[in-house]
Design a protein around this ligand. Sequence first.
Ligand code: PEP
Length: 267
Amino acid sequence: MKKPIVIGNLKMNLTAELGREYIKGFLPFMEHVSESEIVLAPSYTVLPLLAPEIRGSQLQLAAQNMHWEDAGAYTGEISPVLIKEAGCQWVILGHSERRQYFGETYTHVRRKLESAFRHKIVPVVCLGETLAVRRAGRTFQIVEDQIDEVLKGLKPKQAAGTVLAYEPIWAIGTGKTASPWQANEVHHFIRNKIETLFGKPTAAEIRILYGGSVNPENCEALIQESEIDGFLVGGASQKEETFQKIISCVEENWKMKKSKKLRQRLK
Ligand code: PEP
């Protein structure tokens, strides 16, 4: 059975000193993690400082973005080669803050995705609608367009190795979480779309995370939903204790999901 993923997107918040403290408290906790893949995404400058500290643990590092080219005259950008050198195995692509503040489009995201495949970096592609789109009843249509732009034409194996994060923009950093039902409905839609594009095994294999004001209070109801394979956590990952509570919640509930699936198979 696939493993759930919990990613902490620390955004532009963690200094080197705080990063080291964070990790010190985090590594002993990681020894008890058995079900999930745990990934931290600090700022670029903090990545190479944390990489030696986490070596030998199950904790993995992600960059919050990258350019699609390996090198060149792209002032202020960072390449896949450089993030790998800094210790990253993962990269977040198309986060709504990149789309909103830096003009990133899904055409850019597609180029970055292909580059991530070339460099064997696990891509986490963010999808999701604005509040206006939701109110207009166009959520499915927008999410479908985003999937078409980013994933169409990939090989099924590449699609299966891509992690999707459904992050309704109105829920990011706002304290307004999608209800478990709302989130699961979109996840279900995304999985059906993946099945249409790439077939059933890919749809079963691909991991679809939820992101948007996840916290220790709301995570249990969300992870119990059948289609949710983990979380992309922003604000609540800034404190180790709250992030750890979310991870523990995923761990416990995943064990239950696994035994439920096993019981169903044995019936
Ligand atoms: C995010 O930045 O991806 C995110 C989900 O943020 P928050 O958890 O703060 O809403």
